[in-house]
Write a protein that binds this ligand. Structure first.
Ligand code: 13P
Ligand code: SF4
Length: 324
């Protein structure tokens, strides 16, 4: 094993047996070499598998952090290890850069559940109400949006608007979770995340019955009844901050499977109970596909020219909102 690979393997040894590492290690090595040669930056969402998250990523984080990082980069090429809407967001913020994604089919049930025509219909139904759109949407939908939000800033974005009624799309559960903390009336769309909507309050009750002194954290894409059973709700990055500050002894994260694997590495003293639902879209992104992607520089992510300016305006309006 090379000297550069050894520290990486120390992080991955609980997930990758040594015999498998003889195949995985060289792929990681080659991606990291190509990355330097091509002046590429690799962004990875918290739901990527540990080999991607700990092996090759330059920046890891939630949707908000990845969007923020995308604004500042000097790299020539940005490889997005996440789903398509994340890569589109990066392209919108960096239209002159080459943005790559290892699989163009890595979609999202939220993004696929609403079109720009649907948004225009809602605007007709609720005239004058500004549109707040979760970043888990296509560039087309963002282009007819006033301001985007993520699960890490949704309440702040809603509160920042000078309006009593707001069109909040497309995640009905994130919308209902935000509605409980604001006096503004949110008009919702019936979208949902296929991963988080599967969790039930009973899942949490059963976990607590089996594991004493368990701290439960739920993602706000979960139904409000699930959030009610949890001790804390927040974006994937907010969950990590909570753990950093509070160091609970035993945790269950009610979210996508890879999240617990990834953050168990920096928190070896915390016991992770691992209930999980897999996101099939996130899991389309694999190390061998990333290597091909970086070698061939395809597939590349493109956004229609006429969508770039209005979609960017909505994302930048979000980035300008101060977090509490
Ligand atoms: P965050 O990482 O922003 O919490 O988003 C979760 C998610 O489902 C992204 O697809
Ligand atoms: Fe979309 Fe849910 Fe998968 Fe995130 S976890 S990409 S919201 S389907």
């Amino acid at each position: 094993m090379t000297a550069t690979l050894d520290p990486i393997y120390q992080k991955l040894k609980n997930f990758i047996p040594e015999v498998e590492w003889t195949l995985v290690g060289p792929v990681i090595d080659e991606i990291n070499r190509l990355k330097v040669e091509k002046k590429a930056l690799i962004l990875a969402h918290n739901y990527m598998t540990p080999d991607i998250f700990h092996g090759i990523a330059d920046i890891v984080g939630d949707s908000l952090a990845l969007a923020r990082e995308a604004v500042n980069t000097q790299a020539d090429i940005i490889v997005v290890c996440g789903v398509h809407f994340m890569a589109e967001t990066v392209k919108i913020l960096n239209p002159t850069k080459k943005v790559l994604i290892a699989d163009l089919e890595a979609g999202c049930s939220l993004s696929e559940g609403i079109t720009a025509a649907d948004v225009l219909e809602m605007k007709r139904k609720f005239p004058g109400a500004p549109v707040v759109t979760y970043v888990n949407t296509s560039a087309e939908v963002k282009a007819v949006t006033d301001v985007c939000c993520t699960s890490g800033n949704a309440l702040e974005v809603v509160e920042s608007l000078d309006a009593d009624e707001i069109i909040f799309i497309p995640d009905q559960y994130l919308g209902r979770n935000v509605q409980r903390h604001t006096k503004k009336k949110l008009h919702l769309w019936a979208g949902s995340c296929m991963v988080h909507e599967k969790f039930t309050p009973n899942d949490i009750r059963e976990l607590r019955a089996t594991h004493r002194n368990l701290t439960v954290m739920a993602h706000p894409e979960c139904p409000p009844e699930v959030v009610d059973e949890a001790d804390y709700a927040g974006s994937t990055a907010q969950m990590i901050s909570f753990i950093q500050k509070n160091r609970p002894a035993k945790i269950a994260l009610i979210t996508e499977c890879s999240m617990s694997d990834n953050i168990s590495v920096p928190f070896p003293d915390v016991e992770f109970i691992r209930p999980c639902n897999l996101c099939p879209h996130m899991k389309r992104i694999t190390l061998p596909k990333i290597l091909d992607n970086l070698r061939s520089e395809t597939p590349e992510v493109f956004v229609r020219q006429d969508l770039l300016v209005p979609a960017r305006r909505a994302i930048e309006a979000m980035l300008a909102v101060k977090l509490r």
